[in-house]
Design a protein around this ligand. Structure first.
Ligand code: FAD
Length: 416
């Protein structure tokens, strides 16, 4: 094999997966990353000793690409309970995964927030998920809403549970997201756990960076334009190579390659609270199934991973399923969410909460409606110029890794 010299534009999870794949095959790789750090949208920061991720993000232990690229043991993953505490506007009850926590799954029925007929239908629906796609979402075609209706699940349970649960995953409560995404995620939830690394989600990016052994990762290196396989930096420096992977986000790609159709982004707002008494916090994901108020989903991070906390205090993150525009300030949104949480969790659990940070994330993930998924950027843009990024696979850490690996494999195959 001839060792070649490759350039990767963008050092997010997709770019790092491409770098690792090419380095492992013995090639010389340079990653040009515009930001001061690699990792892209997966990051954590420390605020007053607390660990705050970039928005509420979780890692699914069943992600197939994660098994290739990550040392899961070293991440020291901490798992959420498989289900959620769901509020219907009057009371809250747990709706657990029927295959993972069958007894807790009945709690929603017992508390009268899930009709018994729906509870019965969710069992075969969950079983069917185990026969769903195991390596990546299948072909697009129908919406998640249509899939749920076809399974016979009532509008009441769709509104109560599925809109808030998958609204939190897709940052879109419409459930117009393509059903292939739903099928794949249902299988991931059936086969594994939703987790966070004990040192924060940023540890996933840090490990990916460490594991891209041998790649030269240049941060603060924004690529202004691409001339064939030559990347031109803002300084005028020209980086030439035998092949290129463009692993920027979707907007970065469109800036470098004009003429591609624009994409729709889904945004979110996350408010992080320090809480005086961690023992008062729930260990389940909390969902607002009432459809009222800005709060959609949230979690007591310290109930899952105590190391996210500081000075004996707990940490709660509250999130919207959209980017709010009808409030004066982000602090208003945070306060609105805290008030809703006081109704769900009770005044005692939510008293003395201190707002640590509010994150407005305009471009969280590309929208994945059936029409969006059908018009993707091509995998190859010119001779030995390939495309990676969550916008060409599914919008997730797994999709980003897969896109990077496939782009690197296509690039190497182009020399065969
Ligand atoms: C709030 C939030 C919640 C999420 N929740 C989850 C979750 O729970 N589970 C899950 O699996 N996924 C989740 N995701 C999605 C996941 O984080 C992304 O799909 C994934 O990180 C995308 O990786 P990427 O490499 O494709 O893109 P990015 O991370 O966007 O990386 C692209 C990189 O390219 C760089 N770049 C752009 N233009 C240029 C240029 N001209 N020159 C050089 N560099 C450039 C950027 O600086 C960036 O570092 C979430 C994302 C967000 C924001």
């Amino acid at each position: 094999m001839t060792a070649r010299n490759f350039t990767i534009l963008g050092g997010g999870i997709a770019g790092l997966a491409a770098a690792r794949t090419l380095c492992d095959a013995g090639h010389a790789v340079t990653v040009l990353e515009a930001a001061p750090r690699a990792g892209g949208r997966v990051a954590s920061e420390r605020v007053d000793g607390f660990t705050l991720d970039r928005g509420f993000q979780i890692y699914l232990s069943a992600y197939p690409e994660g098994r290739r690229f990550l040392d899961l043991k070293a991440l020291d993953l901490k798992a959420f309970m498989p289900g959620a505490l769901v509020w219907n506007g009057a009371r809250a009850a747990t709706i657990a995964h029927p295959l993972r926590e069958p007894l807790a799954a009945l709690s929603g029925v017992v508390h009268g927030i899930v009709p018994p007929a729906d509870a019965l239908r969710m069992l075969p629906f969950a079983r069917a998920a185990l026969r769903g796609p195991s390596d990546a979402p299948g072909a697009p075609g129908t919406s998640a809403l249509e899939r749920l209706r076809a399974a016979g699940i009532s509008a009441r349970t769709i509104d109560l549970f599925f809109r808030s649960f998958f609204g939190g995953v897709f940052f879109d409560r419409s459930l117009e997201t393509d059903a292939s995404r739903l099928d794949f995620l249902l299988r991931m939830f059936a086969e594994g756990f939703a987790c966070v690394p004990s040192r924060g989600m940023g540890e996933i990016a840090a490990q990916m960076e460490r594991n891209a052994r041998g790649a030269r990762i240049r941060t603060g290196a924004r690529v202004e334009r691409l001339e064939g396989r030559t990347a031109v930096l803002a300084s005028g420096e020209r980086v030439e190579s035998d092949g290129v992977v463009i692993a920027t986000d979707a907007d970065g790609l469109r800036a470098l390659v004009p003429g591609l159709p624009a994409i729709h982004w889904c945004g979110t707002l996350s408010a992080w609270f320090a809480t005086p008494d961690p023992a008062e916090l729930p260990s389940w994901l909390v969902l607002n199934g009432s459809g009222r108020g800005a709060f959609n989903h949230g979690a007591a991070m310290t109930s899952v991973a105590p190391s996210y906390g500081a000075a004996g205090q707990g940490l709660f993150v509250a999130n919207t399923a959209f980017l709010p525009r009808d409030f004066h300030t982000s602090a208003d949104v945070a306060e609105d969410m805290r008030r809703t949480l006081a109704q769900i969790l009770g005044a005692r659990a939510t008293s003395g909460w201190r707002l640590l940070a509010v994150q407005r994330i305009e471009r969280a993930i590309p929208r994945q409606w059936t029409d969006d998924v059908a018009v993707r950027a091509p995998h190859e843009l010119g001779e030995r110029v390939f495309v990676a990024g969550d916008h060409v696979e599914d919008a997730s850490i797994n999709g980003a890794m897969r896109s990077g690996r496939l782009a690197a494999e296509r690039l190497m195959a182009s020399f065969a």
